[in-house]
Ligand binder design. Structure first.
Ligand SMILES: Cc1cc2nc3c(=O)[nH]c(=O)nc-3n(C[C@H](O)[C@H](O)[C@H](O)COP(=O)(O)O)c2cc1C
Length: 226
């Protein structure tokens, strides 16, 4: 390889790097402004207790998703304290009305759903919320082909977190979504242990939340193909 070619290669590489840097900074600006190129990842906490351990664990996953790519913007929707009735033939007039449009946003690129384990199962609030996404199935499968991950928090180490994750995965498959586990050790999703209403000491559980969020972010970027 002669010097000229080496220099040309260097210049080409440098210009590609410059273009890539410009594109990255403009997409970062797009993400800040919520403009084109922005990838939105929504987190939903389905504990009736606002701001408690489920919301905190979902936020930990969202933080990891956000760190994957500057175009990713995250938002936590905490259902704690909100009124969300189950699906009914006459659509209930409740807080779901304000939430549903967030899932119709064309920038939505991924979802992280968190539920406490209640009797080794998903919370009633989680079930109501997931049923009420039904308008997003017809006439168009709005959520189809978007990745999702699940976070489950229990007061026992083997308190049904994995069952809770499976139940939520089964529901979101009906929306055409793509289930994503985390990188090890979060194979199925985030399994978090709450002790005295705190997850701060659960290093392993917080790692699963971070690994899940990271993988949802990575898959969201890959699926958008940019
Ligand atoms: C009705 C009810 C049932 C519960 N069942 C379980 C259970 O089966 N397994 C478990 O590990 N924890 C169980 N818990 C404890 C919660 O999963 C745990 O406290 C969780 O952290 C609550 O989430 P939050 O802090 O976001 O409200 C139960 C709590 C309630 C209120």
């Amino acid at each position: 390889m002669n010097d000229t070619v080496t220099r040309r290669n260097f210049l080409t590489t440098a210009s590609v790097a410059a273009v890539a840097a410009t594109a990255a900074s403009s997409s970062a600006r797009a993400a800040e402004a919520g403009g084109p190129g922005m990838l939105k990842i929504l987190g939903v906490s389905c504990s009736p207790r606002r701001g408690m351990t489920t919301a905190q664990a979902v936020q930990a996953a969202l933080n990891a998703a956000q760190a994957v790519d500057s175009r990713i913007q995250t938002e936590l929707i905490d259902l704690g304290g909100l009124s969300i009735a189950p699906w009914s033939p006459k659509p209930p007039e409740d807080d779901m009305k304000a939430i549903l449009p967030k899932f119709q946003d064309p920038a939505l690129a991924g979802l992280i759903v968190g539920s406490p384990s209640y009797f080794r199962s998903l919370s009633g609030l989680a079930k109501c919320f997931l049923e009420r996404l039904a308008p997003l199935r017809e006439p168009k499968m709005v959520l189809a082909d978007k990745p999702f991950g699940v976070v489950a928090v229990g007061a026992f180490r083997n308190g049904g977190q994995e069952l809770t994750i499976e139940q939520i995965q089964a529901i979101l498959l009906c929306y055409g979504m793509i289930p994503v586990g985390g990188h090890a050790p979060a194979f199925q999703g985030a399994t978090v242990l709450s002790a005295n209403d705190s997850i701060a000491q659960d290093d392993l559980g917080l790692k699963t939340a971070a690994q899940l969020g990271k993988h949802v972010g990575e898959v969201a970027v890959k699926l958008v193909g940019r």
